[in-house]
Structure formats: structure tokens, C-alpha cells
Design a protein around this ligand. Sequence first.
Ligand SMILES: N[C@@H](CCC(=O)N[C@@H](CS)C(=O)NCC(=O)O)C(=O)O
Length: 102
Amino acid sequence: MPKIEIYTTAMCPYCVRAKMLLQNKGMSWEEIRVDLDRDRLQEMLKRSQRRTVPQIFIDDFHVGGFDDMAALDARGELDPLLGIGEHEAPVHALDHSEDAPT
Ligand SMILES: N[C@@H](CCC(=O)N[C@@H](CS)C(=O)NCC(=O)O)C(=O)O
């Protein structure tokens, strides 16, 4: 599994959406609360050159915020970054039970 770092704050709907997207893909991550730690906030500003949260890094690659990650996903470019290949799809992606005749 890749190393995923997410800089967040407590009140942050975009952070929640980012974590939901990654959770749906079966990922885990390190969450860095920049509202609780000024040093880590400075680190986020320096690494990302951005002031908004979330800021997401996958194996040290700066993805950006939630919108950036969602756009990558829509282009089919997020799964390869996460190491999700054809044979590693999360279980829910293989669940065709709703297609079964009733
Ligand atoms: N387009 C950005 C929007 C991020 C955003 O607006 N985050 C809010 C918190 S949920 C924020 O950092 N607000 C503070 C600010 O805009 O300076 C994304 O998708 O991550």
C-alpha cells in the first residue's frame, strides 16, 4: 500500500470527502492535523505551496486537494498511483450482487 499523507483541520468538509474517497478504495493514511500543530502547518505550506486543506501526498507525490484527487480519479489516474490494478480491485468493486435476478 502506498504511503498516503493528508494534511487536515477539524472543520473541513473537503477533508472528509477526500478521506471517504480513499476509504472507498480500501486505503489507509496518515492524517496530519495542521490546526493542532504549527510546525506541521509550516511543513504543509512549504511542501504544497498551498494554504487550503486537505493537501494530499501519495508516496511523496503532491496530488493537491480533494478536487485534484477527484479529477485524477475521473481520468482513471488515481488507481495506478494507489497501486490498484486489475487484479487488486477492492471487494466492493467486484460485487455484482445487485445485478443478480431476484
Ligand atoms: N478545491 C479545494 C478546496 C479546499 C478548501 O476550500 N478547503 C477549506 C476547508 S474545507 C479551506 O482550506 N478553507 C480555508 C481557506 O480557503 O483559506 C479542494 O478540493 O481541496
